[in-house]
Write a protein that binds this ligand. Structure first.
Ligand code: DX5
Ligand code: ZN
Length: 245
């Protein structure tokens, strides 16, 4: 299982996005971009034009987290623009199968996000359309909130579901034909909480304030990765799946 770190530019300086992307370029795996519409969440950030501009300047693949109403209408355009991953919220999508397929058809990985109070079980059959499950570990909308430990049991349950599906699959490939499904956590991930997340089963870690609030963002990414890798190595879920993984 490979640990990946996705710094969230929500905590970066929005007037210097290209520089802020560059600051983590050597250390991170993705650049997490939070799109908020002031309806699905009580905050407004940026949309497609800014993502398109960022794609021209960012060397890292862009991980778009859409916290918007009507993702069925708006999500495919982010994939068409060149985002490497596009995540929609289960609570907002009315036609998730169609939308997740459209994201994949445009060449991106498809992500399905669940708020802290949304259970994973009703979405089990939908996982064939999904390349990454995002479990929110805060209520979405703002950076710098406190990590919600109540999500940890859901991370464990989701990892158990994914372990069965991922057995024997390479980390690359296409959807049902073999691509591994990742488990991302987002919200309050820091040097105090990342070990708990990794131990419970997360493998992709979004961190906003823990990275961009640090003196040296690249170093913060490396430190978080090291902690997550150590915690993953001693986690029961990781040692149990490793022979087939
Ligand atoms: C919150 C966003 C997060 C946010 C996380 O709704 O989805 O990506 O940037 O910020 P931190 O890591 O500071 O909790
Ligand atoms: Zn996010």
């Amino acid at each position: 299982m490979v640990v990946q770190i996705s710094p969230s530019i929500l905590s970066a300086d929005f007037a210097r996005l290209a520089d802020e992307a560059k600051a983590v370029e050597e250390a991170a795996d993705w650049l997490h971009v939070d799109v908020m519409d002031n309806h699905f969440v009580p905050n407004l950030t940026l949309g497609l034009p800014v993502v398109q501009a960022l794609l021209k300047h960012a060397a890292l693949p862009v991980d778009c987290h859409l916290m918007i109403e009507d993702p069925d209408r708006y999500a495919p355009a982010y994939a068409e623009a060149g985002a490497g991953n596009v995540t929609i919220h289960a609570e907002a999508a009315k036609a998730p199968v169609r939308t997740l397929r459209a994201i994949r058809a445009a060449g991106a990985r498809s992500g399905l996000a669940l708020n802290p109070g949304t259970a994973i079980q009703p979405y089990e059959d939908l996982l064939v359309e999904v390349d990454m499950v995002l479990l929110m570990t805060v209520e979405p909308g703002f950076g710098g909130q406190k990590f919600l430990d109540l999500v940890l049991p859901k991370i464990r349950r989701t990892r158990a579901m994914l372990a069965a599906r991922n057995a024997g699959r390479p980390p690359v490939g296409h959807g049902e034909q073999g691509r591994e499904i990742w488990l991302q956590v987002d919200g309050g991930v820091s040097d105090e909480t990342i070990e708990r997340c990794a131990e419970a089963g997360a493998d992709v870690f979004v961190a906003g304030s823990a990275v961009y609030g640090a003196q040296d963002p690249a170093r913060a990414v490396r430190d978080l990765r090291e902690q997550a890798e150590l915690a993953t190595a001693r986690a029961a879920w990781s040692t149990a799946v490793s022979p087939g993984a």
